[in-house]
Ligand binder design. Structure first.
Ligand code: HEM
Length: 432
């Protein structure tokens, strides 16, 4: 397995020769069982074709319409935190699990247009959230079966509750999503046939179906299901991770927190009902989020496999060679970001030069034709959550974090996303 370790090699693998590589079968089967096929595991022409339709769903005007949902959910989060602090009489709270719940909640409403907690299977009344969580948080046995199943298809034959539990949960999740697609398709086709002006859709499913109706795209229900599964899984753990590290930075750096608060307070006093543009254009917040995503990239690595013999930076890469790409190779490189590349300096973004100023200096969302389709969505969500959190609370270190002094937070390892091993406990103090 080769580690892609220069900017030029990243550019060639991800852009120029993008379709000479694909996700290795092992990786696709392991992650695909949970994340669905969708764009994440579509390859070659099938990827190009589906990407064209799905891209139209993430346009700036569509994202703008999702902004009120982000805002409303961010307010619910601060209300939840305030009442937790009041009830428990404590200041300290574990934020990783709080952000995982909040971002799943947000991706649910923005993807399907309904609260996930209200979704159930029609017959046995299994609820979506417990099935989804069961699927995502597999027991050790279930994870082991998933791992073996990639090599030898044993999933249908292992008579263990850990296995059946996973299969039941995963079937229920798919059943519920298929029902959502069917119902929405019927409702939108009815509107379309009657020539009625469409009610403004504010969720990704409606946008996807709108694409299918208006451009007569060939996205099948099964493909739409794959995209929904992708959005739900790729769109919440990553953002929850980014929010966890954002709070870590605030708790460990009072000066940065004060600077961010000053900017947000000014925004709120000049413009009490903020909109997408005002939040998006806050300069310090913008720099803060870019620096956060550079230094704490939620996605730790991805894989590729050469589908034919290919030359990368003058090296012969034989068909079948596996590559690993990690954003940290470029994001933390002193050659790209200077000798302080490991430090958190939001202001560096005001004066970028050389490779840092180009698109390949930062690989958090990958690059090229397979760049994360939810990039702008994620950035907007993180900004909106931060505006609410920072305006309501001062964040300081929890006990465990304080006792670390200057040591690094222990990490989950191995893991696909960057997460503190034992969660992250910080203190929230309501602002007066
Ligand atoms: C901070 C948050 C996020 C990060 C760091 C992130 C990171 C990434 C990365 C690195 C890839 C490339 C994976 C590869 O090629 O192997 C990717 C792809 C993808 N992401 Fe994200 N993502 C984030 C949020 C989201 C959101 C919110 C959504 C959807 C609402 C999303 C949907 C997708 C999809 C569908 C792909 C596959 C794109 C393709 O292959 O054409 N992501 N993401």
């Amino acid at each position: 397995m080769l580690l892609v370790n220069t900017i030029e090699a990243h550019r060639q693998v991800l852009q120029t020769c993008c379709y000479d590589f694909q996700k290795p079968g092992f990786f696709a089967r392991l992650v695909g069982e949970i994340a669905g096929a969708g764009l994440l595991f579509a390859e070659a022409d099938d990827h190009k074709r589906q990407r064209r339709f799905v891209q139209n769903v993430f346009t700036p005007p569509n994202l703008r319409k999702l902004f009120p949902v982000f805002q409303c959910k961010a307010k619910e989060l601060t209300t939840y935190l305030s009442s937790f602090l009041e009830r428990s009489g404590e200041h300290e709270i574990e934020v990783q699990s709080v952000f995982t719940k909040a971002t799943l909640d947000i991706i649910g409403v923005t993807t399907l247009g309904v609260e996930l907690e209200n979704l159930r299977t029609p017959d046995v009344k299994l609820d979506f959230l417990s099935c989804y969580n069961r699927m995502m948080e597999q027991s050790q046995w279930s994870a082991l079966i998933s791992f073996i199943n990639v090599q030898v298809p044993i999933r249908r034959w292992v008579p263990l509750e850990a296995n059946w539990g996973f299969v039941r949960a995963s079937n229920a999740v798919r059943e519920i999503l298929k029902e959502c697609i069917r119902e929405r398709m019927q409702a939108m086709l009815k509107h379309h046939d009657l020539g009625q002006r469409e009610t403004v859709p504010r969720d990704l499913l409606s946008y996807l179906i709108g694409e299918r109706i208006s451009s007569k795209s060939e996205l099948s229900n099964e493909q739409i299901l794959g995209h929904l599964m992708n959005f739900l899984s790729a769109g919440h753990e990553t953002t929850a991770g980014a929010m966890t590290w954002a709070v870590y930075v605030l708790a460990t750096n009072q000066e940065i927190q004060d600077h961010l608060y000053a900017e947000i307070r000014e925004l709120r006093s000049n413009n009490p009902a903020q909109d997408y543009t005002t939040v998006d254009r806050l300069p310090y917040l913008h720099n803060f989020v870019r620096e956060l995503l550079r230094l704490y990239s939620p996605a730790v690595f991805t894989n590729r496999e050469a589908t034919r013999n290919v030359i990368i930076c003058g090296f012969h890469i034989p068909k079948g060679t596996k590559l690993v790409l990690s954003p940290y190779v470029t994001n933390l490189s002193p050659r790209v970001w200077g000798p302080d590349s490991h430090e958190f300096h939001p202001k560096r973004w005001d004066n970028l030069s050389g490779e840092a100023a180009g698109p390949y200096g930062i690989e958090t969302f990958s690059n090229g034709p397979r760049i994360c389709i939810g990039k702008q969505y994620a950035i907007m969500e993180i900004k909106t959550l931060l505006v609410e959190l920072v305006s309501h609370f001062v964040v300081t270190k929890g006990k465990a974090l304080a006792s670390l002094e200057n040591e690094a937070v222990p990490l989950h390892n191995p893991a696909v996303t960057l997460r503190p091993r034992d969660g992250l406990r910080v203190k929230f103090h309501p602002r007066q």
